[in-house]
Design a binder for this molecule. Structure first.
Ligand code: MTE
Ligand code: MO
Length: 311
């Protein structure tokens, strides 16, 4: 495994640990992952992702265990209980997988997952993850920058937003009846957010391919936004001129804003956003950070915007 030092993400927050330490830690993590998979009793085979070229640690907080990250999930297509995705998502077939890229771009295409990823280097990113339900974790994702995929599609000047559509398979998704969302689950980003170097198309967790409950085979991760922006099991990426109507905005526009940047000063949703429960803890004792701690890197994108109004 090649471990390269350095990153193009500028921030004082990002620590680049000595290679030997990261390497040892990584091996421990990978071993933990395998034990975790066995403990969880999952039938799915996770494939190791061998060529992870770069490791970026954005927090010195403790990384959550594989068990924690794969047993407490939101994936309403499989049910609204936190344990439902782990119990039922195994039914989802994730291979072969095609992602359609279309809309306002010069190079629309349907990609097999392998071809979508292949030209780019896989990276591990240790990110904070903050759900609007006021729980949080620290997760070692593996993926590629969304910006790489966007650039290759050559978006036109009309591409102001990007819309993400996720898979809809009624036969494989027992939660569709109870979730109450407008399926398929869709999400959206403004073009500059999609191009931001922190925005990741994740294909792995703890050095292996994703578990279905975490959005296999490919999902979004935007660490400065609430978790629901991180659409799972993506099948379409579309460049559009107007702000897309996302599933959550449609569900309740007063609660769920399009931007949904983590903001401890605004609590539109019924959970108090000023504090959070760091799993596996039981109480919301941790202070939530503006932009989930990524303000240095992202706040300039929102300069001049009233964040109370555009939450
Ligand atoms: N397709 C789909 N994607 C989804 C969801 C969902 O219900 N369906 N839940 C979202 C929410 S609310 C959160 S907090 C994150 C949770 O990701 P995790 O389970 O990997 O932690 O996924 C997001 N992506
Ligand atoms: Mo969430």
């Amino acid at each position: 495994m090649l471990i390269r030092k350095g990153t193009d993400i500028k921030s004082s927050d990002i620590t680049d640990e000595p290679c030997y330490l990261r390497r040892r830690e990584f091996i421990q993590l990978a071993t933990g992952a395998m034990i975790g998979a066995l403990a969880a009793g999952t039938a799915e085979a996770q494939t190791p992702l061998p060529n992870i070229a770069k490791h970026t640690v954005t927090t010195d907080e403790k990384v959550n265990s594989f068990q924690e990250i794969t047993s407490y999930n939101n994936y309403y297509e499989f049910g609204i209980g936190k344990n439902d995705p782990q119990r039922y998502a195994g039914k989802l077939t994730t291979s072969p997988w095609t992602v359609k890229i279309d809309g306002a771009c010069a190079k629309p295409a349907d990609y097999h997952l392998e071809d979508l990823i292949k030209p780019f280097e896989l990276e591990e990113r240790i990110y904070r993850h903050r759900c609007v339900e006021a729980w949080s974790m620290v997760i070692p994702w593996v993926g590629i920058p969304l910006a790489s995929v966007v650039k290759r599609a050559e978006p036109t000047s009309k591409a102001t937003f990007v819309e993400f559509t996720t898979v809809l398979r009624p036969k494989e998704m027992p939660g569709l009846a109870s979730g109450g969302l407008n399926w398929p689950y869709t999400e959206g980003l403004r073009m500059d957010e999609a191009m931001h170097p922190l925005t990741l198309l994740a294909v792995g967790l703890y050095g292996n391919t994703l578990m279905n409950q975490n959005g296999a085979p490919i999902r979004l991760v935007i660490p400065w936004k609430y978790g629901f922006k991180g659409a799972k099991s993506i099948v379409r990426i579309r460049f559009v001129e107007k702000m897309p109507r996302t599933s959550w905005v449609e569900q309740n526009p007063d609660w769920y804003g399009f931007y949904s940047n983590v903001n401890p000063n605004v609590s539109p949703v019924r959970w108090d956003q000023s504090r959070e429960k760091r799993l596996p803890g039981l109480f919301a004792t941790r202070k939530t950070l503006m932009f989930n701690g990524y303000a240095d890197q992202v706040q300039s994108m929102y300069a001049g915007m009233d964040l109370k109004r555009y939450y």
